[in-house]
Design a protein around this ligand. Structure first.
Ligand code: PMP
Length: 389
């Protein structure tokens, strides 16, 4: 029997065998010529994946939260005004981090869980004061809500704010074009649509963000995050020269290089389309199973994950029953609705087969929990969507 479950949480996700093999290579020196070459090439590849030829990538050991910390530490000076567009748990986290570095934060929250603040409210807030910076959580993983980054970035830019996007649950899964959309900083982590085990914080800072950093009056309040330390390191790897500040996670960088190669070989447009098709198929299935999504309107739904309320009479025990059936999904995270919903990640190397297995497992679990659905209702909808029906 296959002693392995299917991991369908919104990160970490399932990784390709080639990426996993890179994790098992004998670790070399972080200044070995072959490692320097790989790191330098990974930096080049990141610019392509972020659609940011003008951007400066930073790749450091840490999780997505460290990438948020790095953005805030380097861009915020005490007293700077920051606007946080609030769509869930991770937007709230950004507000906390920004405050830690002395920002005066205004948070514009969604009127209800599963919604996003209106364009008008955000615009009115931007007009009410001079904001140094605005943060957007492209996909808030706690709610499955995706914001319209392109429109909001344009709005922020027109009001003179640096636009910072938390793309932890979106980069390489959702369409996101950093330079063309005028985004000043995009951050992500390795373990989601980037397709690499957890442990890398990835930030791409555009020219306006780097300029804001250069003209700072106060030293960066975090030693580990300071771009003064990391910029020469990234530049050295790119110039294929040895450099050291903090030891890079060698095997993770190899794995990143492999995954970035696979992403570019698939092609960004093809990758966005695959994510979107698989997400639609999965969402057709959950609708057929009469599971209500947390995002309250279709245009707010992410393609990298699906968040659904349990039906009447079913509780969070659903997640462990799913796991008994070999498919791991995630429980709720948003504090206001935590016990009432579950989340399924479908990003990175996810396939049609993974979608169908997950839909099948959800059906089976719902039936075992006493839900009155007919076997095959969800699978039929998913198959119809996947066959273009
Ligand atoms: N932002 C978003 C949108 C996330 O989904 C997550 C992780 N789920 C984070 C930030 C924090 O990332 P990490 O858990 O890797 O620190």
């Amino acid at each position: 029997m296959k002693n392995r479950s299917l991991l369908m949480i919104p990160g970490p996700v399932e990784f390709t065998p080639e990426v996993l093999s890179a994790m098992a290579l004998p670790t070399t020196s972080h200044v070995a010529a072959n490692f320097i070459e790989v790191f330098g090439d990974a930096i080049d590849r990141l610019r392509k994946i972020f659609f940011s030829p003008a951007g400066q990538p930073f790749v450091v050991a840490g999780s997505g939260t460290l990438a948020m910390d790095m953005a805030a530490a380097n861009l915020v000076e005490p007293g700077d005004r920051a606007l946080v567009v609030g769509t869930g748990y991770f937007s709230d986290r950004f507000a906390v981090i920004l405050r830690r570095y002395g920002a005066v934060v205004t948070q514009v929250n969604a009127p209800a869980v599963g919604d996003a603040p209106s364009l008008e409210t955000i615009e009115r807030t931007l007009e009410s004061a001079s904001f140094t910076l605005m943060t957007l959580t492209h996909v808030d993983t706690s709610t499955g809500v995706r914001v319209d980054v392109r429109t909001l970035a344009d709005l922020g830019k027109r009001h003179g704010a640096l636009v910072v996007v938390d793309g932890v649950c979106s980069v390489a899964g959702e369409e996101l074009r950093q330079d063309a959309w005028g985004i000043d900083l995009v951050l992500t982590a390795s373990q989601k649509a980037m397709g690499v085990p957890p442990g890398l914080a990835i930030v791409v800072a555009g020219p306006r963000a780097m300029e804001k950093f250069r003209v700072r009056n106060h030293p960066v309040g975090s030693y580990y995050c300071d771009w003064k330390e990391w910029l020469p390191i990234m530049e050295a790897y790119e110039a294929r020269k040895p450099a050291y500040f903090g030891t890079p996670p060698v095997n993770l960088v190899w794995a990143l290089h492999i995954s970035l190669g696979q992403i570019l070989a698939e092609g960004m447009e093809a990758r966005f389309l695959r994510h979107s098709k698989l997400s639609s198929a999965f969402k057709s299935a959950t609708s057929a199973l009469r599971l209500r999504q947390v995002p309250i309107r279709p245009e707010l739904t992410a393609t990298t994950l699906t968040a659904c309320y349990y039906p009447e009479g079913i509780d969070a025990g659903f997640v462990s029953r799913m796991a008994e059936g070999g498919v791991i999904v995630a429980g709720g995270l948003h504090p206001e609705i935590r016990p009432r919903y579950f989340r399924v990640g479908h990003m990175g190397a996810v396939t049609e087969a993974d979608i169908l297995s997950t839909v099948g497992a959800i059906e089976r679990t719902l039936i075992r929990c006493g839900s009155g659905i007919e076997p095959g209702e969800g699978l039929r909808a998913a198959l119809a969507a996947l066959s273009g029906g």
